[in-house]
Design a binder for this molecule. Structure first.
Ligand code: PEP
Ligand code: MG
Length: 589
């Protein structure tokens, strides 16, 4: 038996055989024969992929034309020509139709034959063109990976997926019914796989360092996403302990979700429970899980895994889809769209600049305020989407009043521009600030004058308060959401919001933790936003508590000795909750 420790990023326990997913930074290129009669579907996939690559290349050329020299543009114009080349297209299509191979294989073989012809040429210029075929192929394979596969997947039985890291498209392509858990070498609580795992309620441990080097495919693994560990080749008693935990957890979740999640306390007071989403996540089922709106739309997902800013129209399409989906969640529903939150560990090749210390650099609103054209295009797209349903704008990483002032000037100017063009939007769109920097919490009374709501981004607030990288396992002992320093900042933010009569929510992951999320409600937060799959559990706990109970709960940290650590406060809160509601023990496990 061997135990590896990592970062717990999605709660829950799993037990099953290992499926090793190796991408080595490149997308795996599936090669298989398509079923007879599926040739037309495969040609359609190919056409969609070609159209995507064409669109990307055209916008790349347009942007480069404004920004750089002619040489750079020519390279991509040449790629466009190669993409459209009739002979190449014909060869790929013939391989699909006559050879019945999938589009990826047809592209690979066609590019291989083009490369070998060019490699033989004497002229160094033509030999260099081999690189162009590499590039075109990489783009096409990537676009094909984003299109639904007609048949193939290697994962054919329930397994724990072990990988060095997983991109969003890799993660979503895995068949959900066969994924028992994720264990990755790299990654952190904010990596793509972590966000998706939480959204899909799949237990996940990241930052295991060398799990891929330590496992063999098919070997037995236990995964503890609550505490951050995987166990290889477990002994009998450990296996039995996990079986009990997995069963108890399943029963607890079934119990919680059998009641309609309402977010109502025992005395009827309502706490708004919203969903955290990002582009690419399906919205179906969120209403049934109890989501009353979208409390955090992570817009930066439109930027990740590409080298270019999405166009205003592309953004508008994605935002309006979310706004329309949120409309279905209830009559008072809202869709809170967060402006671009790039930087820190969310870096995009070609857009993010190299910085010595990206977590303290030009991230989020700082990037937007120094790239006003990008900011304006995003504001235009959000405002246009606001014509389709109740929408709010939220600025991430606000540190000071100037940032809100400057953002407001830009927003007003964009509104005038749209009005001048006769484009519809919500003139009174609500504007909020994320409180995730200690300076923002400390000046919350000033910031409250400038916005309609606050949303506490506790993922970052904890990291910046404790000066502990949220993705670095070696300092994870400092990552304490219930450290007294963090509690003080949350209380200050809540008090400032109440004094000004504005809403205050928590949209960091701590909102979904039964102990911590409930504690934030106890100190006065009126909305919790989390991955929708956690809403039933949190709602179940809230339904068992009255406002009076919560007043008592809020005092738990004060009842401890002054030097109580974050871990001690957490334990005391957990004990208080489980004494009050004994049957939730398994939800909290
Ligand atoms: C947060 O910091 O709590 C937050 C919600 O933002 P993100 O996790 O996307 O940085
Ligand atoms: Mg954040």
């Amino acid at each position: 038996m061997k135990t590896l420790a990592g970062i717990p990023v999605a709660r829950g326990f799993a037990s099953g055989p290992v499926f090793v997913f190796r991408s080595d930074g490149e997308l795996p290129i599936p090669e298989y024969l398509i079923d007879p009669g599926r040739e037309a579907d495969e040609l359609k996939r190919l056409k969609r992929a070609v159209a995507t690559v064409r669109r990307d290349l055209e916008s790349l050329v347009a942007v480069l034309k404004q920004r750089t020299g002619k040489e750079d543009v020519r390279v991509f114009e040449c790629h466009l020509m190669l993409l459209e080349d009739e002979l190449i297209q014909q060869e790929i299509e013939e391989r699909i139709v006559n050879g019945r191979v999938n589009a990826e294989t047809a592209v690979r073989k066609t590019m291989d034959s083009a490369r070998s012809q060019f490699e033989k040429m004497n002229d160094p210029y033509f030999r260099e063109r081999v690189r162009d075929f590499d590039d075109i192929e990489r783009r096409l394979q990537k676009a094909l990976a984003g299109c639904e596969h007609t048949t193939h997947t290697e994962l054919k039985a329930p397994s724990i997926v072990v990988a060095d890291d997983l991109t969003p498209s890799e993660t979503v392509q895995l068949p959900r019914e066969y994924v028992l858990g994720f264990a990755t070498d790299g990654g952190s609580s904010t990596s793509h796989v972590a966000l998706l795992a939480r959204a899909l309620a799949i237990p996940c441990v990241c930052g295991l360092g060398s799990v891929t080097a330590n496992v063999r495919p098919g070997e037995k693994m236990l995964l503890d996403g609550t505490n951050g560990a995987v166990i290889l080749n477990p002994d009998k008693s450990t296996q039995e302990r996990f079986d009990i935990l997995i069963n108890r957890q399943r029963e607890a979740l079934e119990g919680a979700s059998s009641k309609t999640p309402t977010g109502k306390l025992k005395d009827g007071r309502e706490i708004l429970l919203y969903a955290n989403v990002h582009p690419g996540l399906p919205y179906t089922g969120m209403k049934e899980l109890g989501a009353r709106g979208i409390g955090l739309y992570r817009s930066e997902y439109l930027w990740l895994d590409r080298e270019l800013e999405p166009s205003e129209d592309e953004q508008f399409n994605a935002y309006s889809e979310a706004v329309i989906a949120a409309r279905e969640f209830g009559k008072d529903s809202v869709c809170v769209i967060r402006t671009l939150d790039l930087g820190g560990d969310k870096l995009v090749k070609g857009i993010s600049s190299k910085e010595a210390n990206p977590f303290l650099g030009q991230r989020s609103i700082r990037y937007l305020l120094t790239h006003r054209d990008v900011f304006r295009r995003q504001l235009r797209a959000i405002l246009r989407a606001s014509a389709f349903g109740h929408t709010a704008i939220m600025y991430p990483m606000i540190s000071c009043t100037e940032e809100l002032r400057d953002a407001a000037v830009e927003l007003e100017s964009v509104k005038r521009e749209l009005a001048g063009e006769g484009i519809k939007f919500d003139e009174n769109i609500a504007v909020g600030a994320m409180i995730e920097v200690p300076a923002a919490a400390l000046s919350a009374d000033d910031l409250a004058r400038q916005v309609d709501f606050f949303s506490l981004g506790t993922n970052d607030l904890v990291q910046y308060t404790m000066a502990a990288d949220r993705g670095n396992d070696s300092v994870s002992y400092l990552y304490q959401p219930l450290n007294r320093a963090v509690i003080k900042l949350v209380r200050m933010t809540v008090e400032a919001a109440k004094a000004k009569g504005i809403h205050v929510s928590v949209c960091g992951e701590s909102a979904s933790d039964p102990v911590i999320g409930t504690f934030w409600v106890a100190v006065g937060v009126d909305t919790l936003s989390m991955s929708a799959t956690y809403i039933p559990g949190v709602s179940h706990i809230l339904s068992r508590l009255s406002s009076e109970d919560l007043d008592e709960y809020a005092k738990v940290p004060d009842s401890l000795h002054p030097g109580a650590t974050g871990a001690e406060i957490f334990d005391a809160c957990r004990t208080w909750l489980t004494n009050k509601i004994p049957e939730i023990e398994d939800l909290i496990a």
